[in-house]
Write a protein that binds this ligand. Structure first.
Ligand SMILES: NC(=O)c1ccc[n+]([C@@H]2O[C@H](COP(=O)([O-])OP(=O)(O)OC[C@H]3O[C@@H](n4cnc5c(N)ncnc54)[C@H](OP(=O)(O)O)[C@@H]3O)[C@@H](O)[C@H]2O)c1
Length: 336
């Protein structure tokens, strides 16, 4: 491996563009190649982001000797096949979330990474975000009291045709897999592994969950309520109610800050009232929209010879996959 971590981007859709824009801001990272089903698309992408090589197939991309790590940005239903060819070609992998449509496939991806002794990380950029990392650490220290209730919601009305991956069951369409994975992961990061989860959903006429609500019980009796939607504009907020006050986050999956407001004794009154807010900021700068922090984490791990990231360990990814499998089954969603 050269000094720079050399990246290859597999697919040229929406998130691939957002990632490439942030990658350009990461020290010690270089986009060297891009692969697409269509050569013209790869060439246009390579020109836009300054990649040296453009390929008209994913197979050619993973064979490029000037690539260390492949970023997989296809719809979830394709991730396992894409990761397999990358590992077989000796490449490390950062794979978009969710890793796969079902746990068994995600376990297979992890197995392949281990078999080929390659790095694998789910692109759960929220877990690499400086504010989320700081909040998680300080919440665990007890500084803000005991967390008792997490509420988080993510959703927007998807503006796309029926062939789009957001609606097509064959491409893994699902409000839970696409959006609900964030509130679910947020609750896991803040409260620990869920002990029980229940879902209720509204299904589209093609049988996918277009709106879903999830309730969970976590260690110590903490509770979480979460929603995800492909049809409505959710607040994109998260709240953590604790024994001492409340923490609020706007755009909780990539927040500019979190704010803790303690409850303190009121003046001469027996009631408690909101005290001085405490702003929780990251210790490192956010790189771009935050995708840069996930790319930086991959680079850090590769330089240290790690095969998984402590911020997004395989166990965590598989735990969340198992939770989503069970929730989709409860909601009556089955991918063929
Ligand atoms: N981390 C995040 O914030 C975030 C945000 C959005 C999405 N995602 C995840 O990223 C993945 C891609 O999402 P996206 O919104 O970028 O999707 P998208 O805009 O539809 O792009 C997906 C790309 O995958 C390739 N592809 C390969 N086979 C395909 C097929 N049968 N149908 C459609 N496209 C196919 C295409 O690239 P080529 O034509 O170049 O081969 C396409 O442009 C999903 O797993 C999603 O969950 C993550």
């Amino acid at each position: 491996m050269t000094d720079d971590i050399r990246w290859g981007i597999l697919a040229t859709g929406k998130i691939a563009h957002a990632f490439a824009a942030d990658l350009a801001l990461v020290d010690g990272a270089r986009l060297t190649a891009v692969g697409s089903r269509r050569l013209e698309s790869a060439q246009a992408f390579a020109t836009q982001y300054g990649a040296a090589a453009a390929y008209g197939s994913y197979e050619e991309l993973v064979r490029d000797p000037d690539v260390d790590v492949i970023y997989i940005a296809t719809p979830h239903a394709m991730h396992l096949d894409n990761a397999r060819i990358a590992f077989e070609a000796g490449k490390h992998v950062l794979c978009e979330k969710p890793l796969t449509l079902r746990t068994a496939d995600a376990e297979e991806m992890v197995r392949l990474a281990r078999q080929h002794d390659r790095f694998l990380m789910e692109a759960m950029w929220m877990a690499c975000h400086p504010v989320i990392r700081e909040l998680r650490e300080r919440l665990a220290s007890g500084e803000f009291g005991t967390p008792r209730h997490v509420h988080a919601e993510l959703g927007f009305k998807v503006q796309a045709g029926p062939e789009d991956r957001m609606f097509d069951p064959a491409l893994g369409a699902s409000a839970l897999l696409d959006m609900g994975i964030y509130p679910l992961t947020f609750a896991h990061l803040m409260l620990g592994p869920a002990e029980a989860l229940t879902a209720i959903a509204d299904l589209s006429d093609r049988g996918i969950d277009q709106d879903i609500a999830v309730a969970g019980r976590y260690p110590g009796g903490a509770l979480a309520t979460m929603t995800a939607s492909l049809t409505a504009y959710s607040s994109r907020k998260a709240e953590i109610a604790t024994s001492l006050g409340r923490i609020d986050l706007e755009d909780f999956h990539h927040p500019a800050k979190a704010v803790f407001v303690p409850q303190v004794p009121g003046q001469g009154s027996w009631v408690l009232e909101p005290g001085e807010p405490v702003e929780i900021l990251g210790r490192e700068p956010v790189i771009g929209q935050g995708y840069g922090n996930e790319a930086a984490e991959v680079g850090r791990c590769l330089r240290e010879g790690l095969r998984e990231s402590p911020l997004v360990p395989h166990d965590q990814t598989l735990t969340l996959m198992r939770q989503m499998d069970a929730l989709l089954a409860q909601a009556g969603v089955a991918f063929s």
